[in-house]
Design a protein around this ligand. Structure first.
Ligand code: PA5
Length: 463
């Protein structure tokens, strides 16, 4: 993995870049950040221990995954937010966007029930052969409304076909508390535990992400190995300015505080890897978007993440990135080698408008566009960095995941906010419980009534 920060420097892009010295001078403060993270690594930042901790859980995960591979044709991940996004990242990055339809596929089809749109729910549950389907219900709290409703829809459908619930359900939830844990005892459903200190968006390297990965044949040993390599590298690197997992958050922090750059864009030149953008969007938003500092000072801080896909989004957002305001920092990501490539003969027509594409590797165009867009962004004076991985595989993905989690935690430390909690998400959940009349949340329902009264005042009907 290579981290190139040349194009966010003042010497490359002018006044909207940062002076190299201002980064080099931050050695002491970066060391302090690193020490603070290390001190909390067995408490708040326990997810950063997962590469080692999970090693002893892999046998159980693999055993269950093998049973599922042998007995089921479909595997449905039922969760939302951090209880699904990491699974999606692993799935699309390693097995690609056409996995379910591939004729060479040897493991169950993978589906995600990560929303509650009844149209999708009904379509999926009527489309699948339920006798050959296993549902993995994932919820750390054990009671998130969306996941609970999906569980009810699934169990209604299973019961309608007189299927034994415990043969079609696997739970992944907190070790003691929560409704799902209680249900696991009542229904005798096989259950994997999520450590209490592992929050949703940091859980991809726990049983949350690893079980579905193992079911679809992803090498979970290599995934953890990659994560551990980055962990060791961060610990070993004595100069924090040479440590990309500390330098990237420093760049994000400085651009935000000193240049008002409050939008970070992941520009990913890979279809499979583009879900890294969706996963990172949650990681950065929920970790850094905070009203209060750790010392309860009101600050309303945050950086808005965007995930875009190269080359496709060059034809939708690049115009804005180049000629729009100086409020964006771009993180380019691409593999050096595409796992599947081919030679283009291109014997279609002899015309200079298309000849330049002939007799070349198919990957040459996307690689050229990766380079061209970085050049274009640099020319427009907008700051960017580039992360290149040799190719997409489990080890490299493990590295990227750990790198991203560590760097977001470090950014939280720099901004003096708690990167682990998500009070606003919890508040939103409670309002939903209020509207849906969940016992104990009546007071939240009153808030909704007040809101409805106010927002019904000014409405324009459009025929
Ligand atoms: O990161 C988080 O903590 C959240 O986004 C959760 O993952 C999400 O709200 C789902 O929560 P749960 O796993 O409790 O169902």
């Amino acid at each position: 993995m290579k981290f190139n920060y040349s194009n966010m420097l003042e010497e490359a892009i002018g006044k909207h870049g940062l002076p190299l010295n201002s980064l080099l001078e931050s050695r002491t403060s970066l060391n302090q950040i690193k020490e603070r993270i290390q001190k909390k690594i067995n408490k708040d930042y326990y997810p950063l221990q997962l590469p080692e901790v999970m090693a002893s859980h892999l046998d159980k995960i693999k055993k269950t995954a093998k049973k599922i591979q042998e007995n089921y044709e479909n595997f449905v991940i039922v969760g939302i937010g951090g209880s699904s996004l990491g699974n999606e990242l692993l799935h699309y990055a390693i097995n690609g966007i056409y996995y379910n339809d591939s004729i060479s596929r040897k493991t169950p089809r993978i589906y995600f029930m990560d929303n509650i749109d009844p149209e999708s729910t009904k379509t999926l549950l009527t489309m699948l052969d339920l006798k050959k389907t296993m549902f993995n219900v994932i919820t750390k709290s054990g009671s998130t409304a969306e996941t609970m409703q999906n569980l009810l829809s699934i169990t209604d459908a299973l019961k309608k076909e007189n299927l034994d619930l415990k043969k079609h359900l696997i739970f992944t939830t907190g070790p003691e508390k929560g409704l799902l844990r209680k249900l696991s005892y009542e229904l005798s459903v096989e259950t994997f535990a999520i450590h209490p200190l592992v929050g949703g968006r940091y859980s991809v390297l726990s049983a949350v992400g690893l079980l579905s990965a193992a079911v679809e044949g992803i090498n979970i040993d290599a995934l953890l190995r990659g994560a551990e390599l980055v962990k060791k590298n961060i610990t070993k690197e004595s100069n924090p300015v040479r440590c990309a997992a500390l330098l990237l958050p420093l760049i994000q922090y400085k651009l935000y505080k000193e240049r008002g750059v409050n939008i970070n864009t992941l520009f990913i030149y890979s279809d499979g890897l583009s879900h890294l953008g969706t996963w990172y969007r949650q990681l950065l938003s929920e970790s850094i978007g905070k009203r209060f500092t750790r010392s309860e000072k009101q600050i309303f801080t945050g950086i808005t993440p965007i995930g875009v896909r190269g080359a496709t989004d060059q034809h939708s957002m690049l115009q804005l990135f180049m000629e729009g305001p100086f409020d964006k920092f771009i993180i380019f990501i691409a593999p050096v080698k595409y796992r599947k490539d081919f030679n283009l003969k291109g014997n279609l027509i002899n015309d200079e408008n298309i000849n330049y594409l002939k007799n070349k590797k198919a990957s040459q165009l996307i690689k050229s566009e990766f380079l061209a867009t970085q050049t274009a962004i640099k020319t427009s004076g907008k700051p960017s960095v580039a992360i290149e991985i040799p190719e997409i595989n489990e080890e490299e993905l493990g590295k990227l995941i750990y790198f991203a989690e560590y760097e977001v935690v470090a950014l939280g430390e720099m901004l003096n906010v708690d990167p682990i909690n998500q009070p606003a998400v919890e508040f939103g959940k409670q309002l939903t419980y209020g509207i849906m009349k969940r016992k104990g949340f009546e007071e939240k329902n009153e808030k909704i009534m007040e809101f409805k009264k106010v927002c019904e005042k000014h409405i324009i009907k459009i025929p």
